[in-house]
Design a protein around this ligand. Structure first.
Ligand code: SAH
Ligand code: SF4
Ligand code: F3S
Length: 462
């Protein structure tokens, strides 16, 4: 048979990726956005897009945005200003650039983004990105900006590719989306919609795919992950604890974590899992926001400081060595000095291993933004600094307490120093160790010798 072909057969040419297209993705906000960014790159991979870290090289720029605080939004618009310059320069060189804004700013501001920043070709919300290839084609062919921010009836996840790429030994897996809690400061219920849980079967399949690609540690994600109530293979509604026990059976998955949780949804079965599910790591991110009951009520958190203390006591009873991490907001409207002092007291009492601390940022459309008695910026900054100082002391004490212990470390990647690897301890903190590159993906014992506020160092044990 004649095999001489001047060009590949048509069907092959159609299937082959259009060579050399590049996408630059920048992710803001929470881990759920990290997960969504990964899924978006997987979706456009068949269109021939590979990732670049050089924006000047990018045929497509995706900003996956966050609306949680004002600063995060300002950053998006300042980035868009810079991207306009890049697009102009590329156009002068005869190259086209498509600019997409995804994520929670896209959902919250919709068409307003394209009005304010005409450089934007596509605005796509977190519930609509499964249609990304089609939306990009539409933006390209019409030359007008396309805005897609509906909450479609169909299940977004069911329309995403079944394949998963994995670049690391750790991965995120979104199990739940949205939030029905309506804390008065928070935009999430408006940008991510109502609570929705994926089915156990779908999640098991995705976890198996990730494990087959070398993932050893899975972090289950949800804006309210412990409110998970997905359909089990038996048709019944499964809790997060039951889902964790199921995923612990997936071959190759050695470690499990989950984030972010609400104190109200720390159920007895989930607390029990911390006691007896070996693969569930001893680290829990449980945002408290404030130590003052009047503020917690004004925030509509649906728990008191004592409720929080009680939950922590129960978790510690199940898993005494667990590291507790949290979020705080300082300067919520009406927060007095003595109420802030109650937050500081709670810090001392609980002994958090880690905390994310934020100055209250009024968000358009949320009830708290309309409250009188907004706390002046300088007072917020001063409180934030005091809280940060208190937390740093505590973080140092926590990591110092690990020195001398031998911990199982999951090796992730090369460290900056030659011959060193970075791994993850059970308590989340990264550990730098002299170790052979072949250990990436393995779990090995490390004797912890040094500690800092955010990291550990140690020696590999034979
Ligand atoms: N679902 C999680 C967290 C979602 S947002 C929970 O229930 O706690 C992550 C953190 O951002 C929140 O815990 C809160 O501390 C902070 N945050 C949310 N809205 C904020 C606002 N308007 N101003 C300042 N911080 C805010
Ligand atoms: Fe926001 Fe509250 Fe929902 Fe967390 S629980 S996502 S803070 S509304
Ligand atoms: Fe931000 Fe949206 Fe996550 S507002 S914190 S990216 S859910």
């Amino acid at each position: 048979m004649d095999t001489e072909l001047s060009s590949p057969p048509l069907d092959l040419a159609d299937a082959a990726p259009a060579s050399g297209k590049k996408v630059y993705v920048k992710t803001f906000g929470c881990q759920m956005n990290v997960y969504d960014s990964e899924r978006m790159t997987e979706l456009i991979d068949p269109l021939g897009y590979s990732e670049t870290s050089d924006i000047a090289d990018a045929d497509l720029v995706i900003l996956n945005t966050c609306h949680i605080r004002e600063k995060a939004v300002e950053k998006v618009y300042s980035d868009l200003g810079r991207i306009r310059q890049v697009k102009d320069e590329r156009r002068a060189a005869g190259k086209e650039t498509l600019v997409a804004v995804a994520g929670c700013v896209a959902q919250a501001e919709g068409a307003e983004i394209a009005r304010r920043a005409p450089v934007v070709d596509l605005v796509v919300g977190p519930q609509s990105y499964q249609a990304l290839p089609e939306l990009l084609a539409r933006a390209k062919s019409t030359g007008r900006s396309v805005v897609e921010t509906i909450f479609p009836d169909q299940d977004k996840f069911a329309q995403l590719p079944l394949t998963r790429s994995a670049k690391s030994t750790t991965a995120f897996l979104t199990v739940q989306e949205g939030c029905d809690k309506f804390c008065t400061f928070c935009v999430v219920p408006y940008t991510r919609g109502m609570e929705y849980s994926r089915s156990v079967t779908e999640l098991t399949r995705e976890a198996e795919k990730l494990a087959a690609r070398g993932v050893r540690e899975l972090t289950l994600l949800g804006q309210n992950v412990n409110a998970y109530h997905g359909e089990g293979p038996d048709g019944a509604t499964w809790s997060l604890a039951k889902l964790l026990r199921q995923l612990a059976r997936v071959e190759g998955i050695e470690r499990l974590r989950y984030t972010t949780s609400h104190p109200r949804d720390m159920t007895a079965d989930l607390i029990a899992a911390h006691g007896d599910l070996e693969k569930l790591m001893p680290f829990l991110h449980l945002p408290v926001q404030s130590g003052a009951d009047r503020i917690l009520a004004a925030m509509n958190r649906k728990h008191t400081a004592d409720d929080y203390r009680r939950v922590i006591r129960q978790i510690l009873a199940a898993r005494p060595d667990i590291a507790i991490s949290t979020d705080f907001i300082v300067g919520f409207p009406g927060e007095s000095e003595s109420e802030f002092a109650q937050t500081l007291d709670l810090v001392d009492e609980i002994g958090f291993a880690q905390a994310f601390t934020f100055k209250y940022s009024p968000r358009p459309g949320t009830p708290a933004a309309k409250l009188g008695d907004q706390v002046p910026e300088d007072v917020k900054s001063e409180r934030l600094n005091r809280l940060l100082a208190r937390m740093e002391r505590q973080q140092l004490a926590f990591t110092a307490g690990l020195v001398g212990r031998t911990l199982p470390v999951l090796f992730e990647k090369a460290a900056r120093g030659a011959g060193q690897l970075i791994g993850r301890s059970p308590y989340m903190y990264p550990v730098t160790v002299e170790a052979h590159a072949g250990l990436v993906g393995e779990i090995a014992p490390v004797l912890i010798r040094t500690s800092g506020p955010n990291s550990l160092g140690g020696d590999l044990q034979a």
